[in-house]
Design a protein around this ligand. Structure first.
Ligand code: G
Ligand code: G
Ligand code: MN
Length: 399
């Protein structure tokens, strides 16, 4: 039970004044309160609050000092709720609801900042429009999660020399009724900031598991395909993520060895104990860990040794450029050797031409992904593409 303090005021008693630090929110149990600005203020106005109304919540939510004064108009009884109680309650609400409230608070804060901007009115209007657009994007994203407007596409990963498909990377797509296609580079970071990335990651994981299952039913391979699923640094830092992953695998009857968690170099640097625990748990579970866009971050090579890695994906800035550019070729060669020393697989990304294939093969790459082999495709198309009835000579025609 939440402890509630009761407060009794007489007519004229001041509850709080403009500029005070806010520590509590009040609900009027009986009586009447007046909320008003300092009389010298330009926008002087009063607001009357009655039994059942809430009072003082804005300053708690925004973290700003009190923007108004509050005084009793007659004998008034208030229930007092402290900000720490509110914050505690806030941790218990549904994450979507919390994200909505947080968005609305940020929106109000930014609008306040924009209004306080004192120079010409034009930049002020521009800023307000930007804020509005940002918030609309956030609201659309949250509504789209509820309306299930996301889907997954799958890009095959092949053995470079034979073009045999061994797995695929799962990529998320968002098609909004009005915005149309929104690239993941745009919406993933917003989902991270809103705290809803976990919902998207779970979607990507369960869809990928279902696709693996269907492929296995169709192809019945002795060595099943693997799925490489992009996850965010936020997922790694979240308590219970590894258990959640184990649950999804179990629910879909997929062996952990069939899943590689694909993370960028910066996301993999553990930022807290939970992240370290999750990385250890992935390994214990048997999932692979793949570093995406390798070569573009600032990898601490000594640190790499301590990570439970299974794959390095060479960024297409190098892999797709190795046949034209000597330096890119040297970097690929270096990374292939590093992979061998660490005992991990290397996947070359962005393979687009037959020259890329030849060069990368000469440099010792064994796995590849890119438009030369396959573009990302829907589950139905992937199943069709990999159907055992399909003539394997079709493969390179897809580019
Ligand atoms: O498919 P596309 O080129 O638009 O992807 C761009 C980037 O978005 C990729 O590099 C990938 O890291 C990221 N991305 C794509 N799908 C997902 C996903 O399901 N989850 C996360 N966290 N990132 C994704
Ligand atoms: O960063 P990440 O590896 O997750 O990005 C994968 C993205 O790269 C996908 O969106 C995919 O569409 C894109 N991609 C895959 N193959 C190629 C390719 O051969 N060339 C280019 N330019 N992009 C590719
Ligand atoms: Mn990726």
């Amino acid at each position: 039970m939440r402890p509630i303090t009761t407060l009794h005021l007489k007519a004229g008693d001041i509850l709080y004044s403009q500029g005070d630090r806010a520590t509590d929110v009040y609900i009027i149990a009986s009586g009447k309160m007046e909320v008003y600005h300092d009389e010298q203020s330009d926008d002087f106005e009063t607001d009357i609050r009655q039994t059942g109304d809430i009072l003082g919540e804005l300053a708690i939510l925004t973290g700003l000092p009190r923007q108004v004064n509050a005084r009793a108009l007659n004998d008034t009884t208030l229930f007092k709720i402290t900000s720490s109680q509110i914050q505690h309650e806030f941790t218990l609400v549904d994450p979507l609801l919390r994200a909505c409230v947080e968005t609305s608070i940020t929106f109000n804060q930014r609008l306040l900042e924009a209004q306080n901007f004192t120079s010409e009115s034009r930049p002020q209007q521009l800023e307000a429009a930007e804020v509005l657009e940002k918030v609309k994007f956030e609201v659309d994203l949250i509504n789209s999660i509820e309306a299930c407007e996301f889907s997954m596409v799958y890009q095959p990963i092949v053995l470079l020399n034979s073009a045999e498909v061994v797995g695929f990377e799962a990529l998320m797509r968002w098609t909004h009724p009005e915005r149309g296609f929104v690239p993941p580079d745009t919406f993933i970071s917003v989902a991270e900031n809103l705290g809803v990335i976990g919902l998207l990651t779970n979607f990507a994981l369960s869809q990928s598991c279902q696709t693996l299952k269907k492929l296995q039913e169709q192809n019945g391979r002795e060595r099943p395909f693997f799925a490489s699923v992009n996850i965010s640094g936020h997922d790694i830092g979240r308590k219970g993520f590894a258990d959640n992953l184990a649950f999804i695998l179990d629910e879909n009857d997929i062996a952990p060895e069939q899943i590689k968690l694909e993370v960028t170099e910066t996301a993999i640097i553990p930022k807290n104990k939970t992240a370290i625990d999750n990385l250890v748990a992935f390994k214990k579970l048997g999932c692979g860990l793949s570093i995406d866009d390798f070569g573009t971050g600032y990898s601490n090579l000594a640190h790499l040794k301590s990570l439970p890695l299974s794959t390095l994906k060479i960024d297409r800035a190098f892999a797709g450029d190795a046949s034209n550019n000597h330096v890119s070729g040297c970097i690929v060669s270096l990374l292939v050797n590093l992979g061998a020393a660490l005992g991990v697989d290397i996947i070359a990304e962005g393979v687009e031409t037959v020259d890329d294939v030849r060069t990368l093969s000469n440099l010792g790459c064994s796995l590849a992904q890119g438009y030369y082999f396959y573009r990302p495709s829907s589950q139905v198309d992937l199943l069709d593409l990999l159907s055992p009835d399909k003539d394997s000579s079709d493969i390179n025609d897809v580019a």
